[in-house]
Design a binder for this molecule. Structure first.
Ligand code: MLT
Length: 269
């Protein structure tokens, strides 16, 4: 993990060529870390520079320990824009999964010029309902009382689809390891960020760059109808439903996810 001030990130150069065909930014979901994007690092072999931020407060152990957690999606978005500035990246294909998607919407509202294209995976445009806010508050209590392992137990059945649980249990273990690698404090802070995020639905019709929407057909947290609604509301967007994937579609069906992304990059970017 590289570090500039408070910003931590992976910066993977393209393999075998001095000039990248472009920059791909991957923003992780809640409550995970940049390792969730390991299956997508193969895009460096296709000529892309890859930037994977570790959101403030997240990530394993001592590197993250000094960071005060944030309680705002806009802070994560601001950090990511600062990172692009620090790395002299003027425009990129910016991809976020779930909370990563909420951050992408915030980045777009504040700095649309950075978007060469957008990828929205397993996410939604709406803010939290009152019931969802109650659920977040209960989870904050849980993490304060019993720590990240209890959060992993509560979330895993929803994060990962039935097919993965049955056929690829190693992926379930990887997700658990990432969740338990985060501090209770950063998880509690992110829960406040999630429950206070704005409704991004009015943003959808203002998006003018190429957009790929991806969702697992077994996604229980942001089910496919939410992606279908974003597809209708974002002019010219594409939608791909990945079979046999839950909410963590990029980890659960990496080949299908990467094929979809590669097709989008080739034909629309
Ligand atoms: C995520 O994967 O980032 C979370 O499920 C987002 C959410 O709970 O809204």
């Amino acid at each position: 993990m590289l570090r500039i001030g408070r910003l931590r990130f992976l910066d993977v150069p393209p393999v075998g060529q001095s000039r990248p065909v472009g920059t791909l930014v991957f923003i992780h979901g809640f409550p995970l870390n940049p390792s969730m994007w390991d299956p997508q690092l193969v895009f460096a072999g296709r000529g892309w520079r890859l930037i994977v931020p570790e959101l403030r407060g997240f990530g394993p152990g001592d590197t993250a320990a000094g960071d005060p957690p944030t309680t705002s999606i806009d802070d994560y978005a601001g950090d990511t824009i600062d990172l692009l500035d620090q790395l002299h990246v003027e425009s990129a294909v910016i991809c976020g999964l779930s909370m990563g998607g909420y951050i992408v919407f915030s980045m777009f509202r504040h700095a649309p010029n950075y978007f060469r294209a957008m990828v929205l995976a397993d996410t939604r445009s709406q803010g939290d309902t009152p019931e969802a806010v109650t659920g977040r508050k209960n989870m904050q209590q849980l993490v304060r009382d019993r720590g990240p392992a209890a959060v992993a137990d509560a979330l895993l059945p929803k994060l990962v689809g039935d097919t993965t649980r049955r056929e690829r249990p190693a992926v379930v273990d990887q997700v658990r390891t990432q969740i338990t690698g985060n501090s209770a404090e950063s998880i509690a802070g992110a829960l406040t960020a999630l429950m206070t995020r704005p409704d991004s639905t009015p943003t959808l019709s203002t998006i003018r760059c190429p957009v790929q929407i991806i969702v697992g057909d077994e996604d229980a947290i942001t089910p496919p109808p939410l992606s279908e609604q974003m597809h209708r509301d974002i002019p010219g967007s594409e939608l791909t439903v990945i079979k046999g994937a839950g909410h963590m579609s990029n980890m659960e069906q990496p080949t299908l996810f990467n094929d979809t992304l590669a097709r989008f990059l080739e034909h629309r970017v």
